[in-house]
Design a protein around this ligand. Structure first.
Ligand code: NCD
Length: 308
């Protein structure tokens, strides 16, 4: 039996957690998935826990998903978004966080554009810290919900052939997915234009391909990513139109294959760029199941961290 406690007090990334932590999160998420499909979707597990969601970057899915997960565990929840806070008046991040924590907050969920922010805070505050995305670095809860969705559809992750396609260079989803899928024994290929694939990424145990059609005919599952224009200080591709032409996934491209592949996307989708509607909305897409599973995965993480 796996250890019933996580090996860590914080969820800062996938790089430094154990495969047994991932299995424990998945098993706990199975139970919470049952809970959120009941007519009464709420359990009292975190009734005495206060959680602050600190979002210094835009978010729809991740923010709502964390908030619902917290509320379904009966936690007290406070939300903070940088655009309407005293950060605009010049306060430091640590001052902001310490002020929030002095109001007796137990856990913080943080999204921040600067890589390393969750690690920085975890070394300076008492609360449990959960990384909800730190710049181009990691997005651990997304990787866990992605792998969980693969496990749900195929029964296991180990041995599956998974392609991660698009802006690998600027994507925290790509990096966390690579760590997570490799720890679980999947075969991973990253595919995109050469300018959007970091040098030496093979050292993380993945294959590299610049040919989308070869990659699609190899994989069982394609996890398609958005071009992160907001993180690109120079032009890495001539235009989105050209990207769509060479790397965009549409029904026509998939109909050339002699098999069906499962399509994933963390959202938000730029329809007509990385993915066409005829694929995003097809029966092979599990994009909305990923979103549904996100709540159960985040409930599991919050519950397990609070229990330690
Ligand atoms: C991703 C993110 O914010 O990193 N979205 C998400 O969390 N669901 C991916 C993206 O922004 O493209």
């Amino acid at each position: 039996m796996s250890d019933p406690y996580l090996s860590t007090r914080h969820l800062l990334g996938i790089k430094n957690i154990n495969p047994s932590d991932i299995e424990l999160i998945f098993k706990t998420a199975d139970e919470f998935k049952d809970v959120i499909n009941r007519p009464i979707k709420k359990v009292p597990s975190l009734r005495d826990v206060t959680i602050a969601n600190l979002f210094f970057e835009n978010s729809t899915r991740t923010k709502i998903s964390f908030e619902l997960a917290e509320k379904r565990l009966s936690a007290d929840v406070v939300n903070f978004s940088a655009s309407s806070s005293s950060v605009k008046k010049g306060e430091t991040l640590l001052d902001t966080v310490n002020n929030v924590l002095s109001m007796k907050v137990d856990m913080i969920v943080i999204r921040h554009p600067t890589p390393g922010t969750p690690v920085y805070l975890s070394r300076r505050v008492e609360a449990n810290v959960i990384n909800a995305g730190d710049g181009t670095h990691e997005h651990p809860t997304q990787a866990l919900l992605d792998a969980y969705s693969i496990r749900e559809k195929f029964g296991k992750v180990s041995g599956k052939k998974i392609a991660i396609i698009g802006d690998i260079r600027h994507s925290r989803v790509a990096l966390s997915n690579i760590f997570c899928l490799r720890k679980l024994g999947a075969d991973v290929t990253v595919c995109g234009p050469p300018t959007l694939i970091p040098k030496h990424i093979e050292s993380l145990g993945v294959n590299v391909s610049y040919n989308i059609d070869e990659t699609l005919s190899w994989c069982d599952i394609a996890n398609v990513l958005r071009i992160q224009l907001e993180r690109q200080e120079i032009k890495y591709i001539p235009s989105l139109r050209e990207y769509a032409l060479y790397y965009g996934i549409n029904k026509n491209r998939l109909s050339q294959l002699d098999k069906e592949i499962t399509i994933m996307h963390p959202g938000p989708i730029n329809r007509g760029v990385e993915l066409n509607s005829d694929v995003a909305d097809s029966e092979h897409s599990i994009i909305l199941q990923q979103v549904e599973n996100g709540v159960a995965i985040r409930m599991a993480i919050l519950y397990l961290l609070a229990r330690r």
